[in-house]
Design a protein around this ligand. Structure first.
Ligand code: C2R
Length: 187
């Protein structure tokens, strides 16, 4: 029952808001990492969509996704994949939108390096903005920052987030200074 209600809510929301960011991943096994991008976009109130697209397993779907992205209103694509991670680069080759690549340490990955290098080492002319291994959270932040360049409300939310980030570190500075000498901060 709760699931049905959630589905109905999702359907309503998607009708109201055109997604500005597309989050795609090679497999459902990537979702546990890629959901971090979705959570950041939710925090910044950036409308997004999320689905599976694989260059290897669903090549026709990949071409359709990338080639219709602009007309569907997307402004940025976040693409995550593990192992021989061709998805982000192939999407970048098929669209004018900026593509943020998330290398994923998957079950078939050699310590994640295969995925990092597949996404990072793009040929000149077809860039993929690559974040660190499993760093879908940062991909979500970059996507929001791109959208924030033309949306003051979103830009303000990112600014507030940065202030919070600083505050949480300064709280920790204070806390460890109770036990450890710190001449730098002493007045
Ligand atoms: P399974 O867990 O489904 O076997 O997938 C996925 O991103 C995932 O991390 C294992 C890994 O294969 C990756 N995959 C790619 C692509 N499609 C799936 N790298 C692609 O097209 O690049």
């Amino acid at each position: 029952m709760a699931k049905t209600q959630n589905k109905e809510l999702k359907a309503k929301n998607s009708k109201l808001q055109t997604p500005l960011v597309g989050i795609i991943m090679g497999s459902d096994s990537d979702l546990k990492i890629m959901q971090d991008a979705a959570l950041m976009l939710k925090e910044f109130a950036v409308p997004f969509e999320l689905t599976i697209v694989s260059a290897h397993r669903t090549p026709k779907r990949m071409v359709k996704y990338a080639s219709t992205a602009v007309e569907r209103g997307l402004k940025v694509i976040i693409a995550g994949a593990g192992g021989a991670a061709h998805l982000p680069g192939m999407i970048a080759s098929l669209t004018t939108l900026p593509v943020i690549g998330v290398p994923i340490k998957s079950s078939n990955s050699i310590d994640g390096w295969d995925s990092v290098l597949s996404i990072l080492q793009m040929p000149n002319g077809v860039p993929v903005a690559t974040v660190a291994l499993n760093a879908a959270k940062n991909a979500g932040i970059i996507a929001a920052q791109i959208i924030g360049t033309s949306d003051e409300t979103i830009s303000k939310k990112i600014s507030d987030y940065k202030i919070q980030l600083e505050k949480s570190v300064m709280d920790k500075v204070k806390s460890i200074s109770e036990e450890w000498q710190n001449n730098f901060d002493e007045k």
